[in-house]
Design a protein around this ligand. Sequence first.
Ligand SMILES: Nc1ncnc2c1ncn2[C@@H]1O[C@H](COP(=O)(O)OP(=O)(O)O)[C@@H](O)[C@H]1O
Ligand SMILES: Cc1cn([C@H]2C[C@H](O)[C@@H](COP(=O)(O)O)O2)c(=O)[nH]c1=O
Length: 217
Amino acid sequence: MAELHFFTGTMDSGKSTLALQTNHNHAARGRVGRIFTTRDRAGAAMLSSRLGLTHEALEVDDTFDFWTYVVRTLTQGARIDYLICDEAQFYTRDQIDQLAKLVDELQIDVFAFGILTDFRTALFEGSARLVELADRMNVLQVEALCWCGKRATHNARTENGVMVVEGDQIVVGDVEQPDENPAEVAYEVLCRQHHRRRLTAARAKAVSLAPEPLPFG
Ligand SMILES: Nc1ncnc2c1ncn2[C@@H]1O[C@H](COP(=O)(O)OP(=O)(O)O)[C@@H](O)[C@H]1O
Ligand SMILES: Cc1cn([C@H]2C[C@H](O)[C@@H](COP(=O)(O)O)O2)c(=O)[nH]c1=O
């Protein structure tokens, strides 16, 4: 039986790497798939992993219809056994519904990968629908870590090095190392406590280096 799988984790937890590995393993056994993504950091129609692997992909925009695409492809005589769907948090609710329909009606396996929540800790539309519909939800096993060493569960956005909690939900960007020159927009993974306190690595470092107040009697 085909299934709708949702693999989730924070940014930088290995989702795109797993997407490419999943495609590799299925293709190696002679199965035929299609790879989709949207707004990948490497550019349009590209699925990229920080481990250096990249693969061409079909770019999904808000008007793209998975059901129509697959039915048209099959009608033309091509075969499709599975779909790899990266950055699925950005897909619309309707697009996730189309993916579920492909699983149920055409027995096509769907492997979707994406972050669950945005920089304000709110669910993305695509991820929310995947949580509602997926046959299997898997949290990535390689844990991303907060600067304090705890498991990172949240994605923080920084603007010029300062954590923000207001702005557009979608801004493509990368995680950065705390000591680099801060980018205009970047992301950092944090544990919930440090996300709640808006304590990024840079701010924690600045606080720890601040001089102790003089001990007045
Ligand atoms: N130089 C490196 N050596 C080993 N592993 C690395 C290196 N750079 C990145 N990684 C691994 O790649 C992961 C990020 O993979 P990626 O697929 O791009 O994540 P995601 O799609 O979840 O943002 C990191 O969590 C880390 O485990
Ligand atoms: C938290 C958050 C992230 N994004 C963007 C930033 C990246 O381009 C992608 C996540 O990519 P990854 O492969 O999981 O690292 O999402 C965003 O637009 N809004 C957010 O709140």
